[in-house]
Design a protein around this ligand. Structure first.
Ligand code: GAP
Length: 459
């Protein structure tokens, strides 16, 4: 599906309205980092809460986790990340700037699906592909994306560890702890939301490819012969989540990932792709990780990570289905889906974000019609306080004229604008204790009794 919104429009709105700022902006920024402002963090929390509700609270077979970002480095050696978590890199021979080799080939319209490192190198040379600065490239090589750090007062090889590249690791190493504490029966899962770090060669496309990211991940442990049916169940669940948060459904697509393109631990992967303004790209991944991780961690740690089936009296290593969701990519897909421009009755362009109520940073905004009339302000504050107690995320706005306030709230996706006017105070006795409520998407206004506002908004 074509998305008409451009990245420039999204980035400009995000900065102007306080969703997302460049990381360390006053120092010139830091590539691959972004800071979520007051509205961005509200949106992010709402996305995470909907995810947690669907995948943890509404189920009986899921155990929440919040594992440490720093882990014993042996865990990442065992998982294969230290040796194999890499992307293909090429270097501009003149400027020494580094690029993703596959991105350079894609920019030249050369398909990179399933292509080996040697073939990428050959293609760059055969097609005489140059760097964005017009210079020749060196050989294509692998670049490890693990972000390394040192712990403790002495910095030597023994102090090296890594910031986790995926939240998954913290769940695999706690498999036995959860088994011992809760004695769950298979199938069961562990779920976690948290930061992960990747030394991306070329962070780009705003919050799409960053070095500090946030993931919402599940490791779902199953009996080996049931992996396919559980994979199908999660495939449907991923689609349902995209509906929960209001992603344009025909902009979401499944891609069966080819053998050569799958991560080292996966025997089957479906990528859920989204039509972003810069093209169709990965939004989420659903992988069948087999018993790869538990087996590797068992071998490396010497702790048996197995499950004893009481019914069959057998002990085995469970297999894993892993749905993995990037928070930033969800937010970008949501902004792309929600961004609307319409012509108003005066022929002017009206921009609004059509977020579902459960996702919108503010559920409603309360205003007095005029800001210099104390009696209007008193009543508006009363309505605001009542709604704030009920919902929490309610805005109060008395800046500028009412038209400007509507524009502002439209642009940040507030579904309802509630205005207290002189009729609320009884100028028209028939309308005493009523307010106008304006619908963000249609601009239509209705008169509603103050006592009924909560019900009205909840619907
Ligand atoms: N545990 C599996 C795993 O990490 P992945 O495909 O590498 O698999 C999962 O990442 C999801 O994390 C992606 O589908 C995407 O939503 C998000 N993600 C990965 N790398 C990212 C990056 N550099 N910036 C933003 N999001 C990223």
């Amino acid at each position: 599906m074509e998305n008409n919104v451009s990245m420039e429009q999204i980035i400009s709105l995000c900065k102007r309205r306080g969703f997302i700022y460049q990381g360390s902006e006053i120092y010139g920024g830091l590539a691959g980092t972004w800071d979520y402002g007051p509205l961005g963090v509200a949106l992010k929390r709402n996305i995470e809460q909907l995810w947690w509700k669907r995948f943890v609270l509404d189920r009986e077979d899921m155990y929440g986790m919040d594992a440490a970002i720093l882990m014993n480095p042996q865990a990442w050696v065992a998982s294969g990340h230290v040796a194999g978590f890499s992307d293909p890199l090429v270097e501009d021979l003149k400027t020494q700037k580094r690029y993703r080799a596959d991105h350079m080939l894609e920019a030249a319209n050369i398909d990179t699906k399933g292509i080996s490192l040697a073939d990428m190198d050959a293609a760059i040379k055969a097609h005489k592909i140059l760097s964005p600065d017009g210079n020749a490239f060196g050989d294509v090589r692998q670049f490890n994306m693990m972000l390394q750090t040192s712990l403790g007062a002495i910095q030597d090889d023994s102090s090296i560890t890594y910031l986790r590249p995926e939240t998954a690791g913290g769940m695999f190493v706690n498999f036995k702890n959860v088994l011992d504490s809760f004695s769950p029966k298979l199938p069961f899962g562990m779920a976690q939301i948290g930061k992960a770090f990747r030394n991306e060669i070329a962070p780009r496309d705003f919050i799409f490819r960053v070095r500090e990211l946030e993931q919402m991940e599940i490791e779902y442990f199953v009996a080996p012969d049931t992996w396919a049916e559980n994979f199908e169940k999660f495939r449907k669940e991923v689609w349902s989540f995209t509906q929960d948060i209001g992603l344009t459904q025909d902009a979401v697509h499944e891609l069966e990932v080819a053998d050569e393109d799958r991560a080292h631990y996966s025997k089957r992967t479906i990528d859920f792709e989204f039509d972003f303004p810069f093209g169709r790209k990965e939004l989420y991944g659903l992988a069948y990780r087999t018993d790869y991780d538990l087996k590797k961690h068992s071998e490396a740690s010497g702790t048996e990570l197995a499950y004893f089936d009481e019914e069959t009296k057998t002990r085995f290593i469970p297999h894993v289905i892993e749905p993995s969701f990037g928070v930033g990519r969800t937010l970008l897909a949501l902004l792309t889906s929600a961004y609307k421009e319409v012509q108003d009755e005066k022929g002017e362009t009206r921009t609004y974000l059509a977020f579902p109520s459960a996702v919108a940073p503010y559920r409603a905004c309360v205003s007095p019609l005029l800001k210099n009339k104390p009696e209007l302000i008193t009543k508006a504050r009363e309505v605001f306080t009542m709604l704030k107690k009920q919902f929490g995320n309610i805005a109060y706005d008395d800046n500028g004229n009412i038209g400007k306030r509507y524009r502002r709230q439209d642009e940040i996706g507030t579904p309802w604008c509630i205005v207290v006017d002189f009729d609320t105070l009884g100028e028209n006795p028939d309308l005493l204790d009523t307010v106008t409520i304006r619908n963000r998407d249609t601009g239509a206004q209705e008169r509603v009794v103050i006592q009924d506002i909560v019900k009205y908004i909840q619907q």
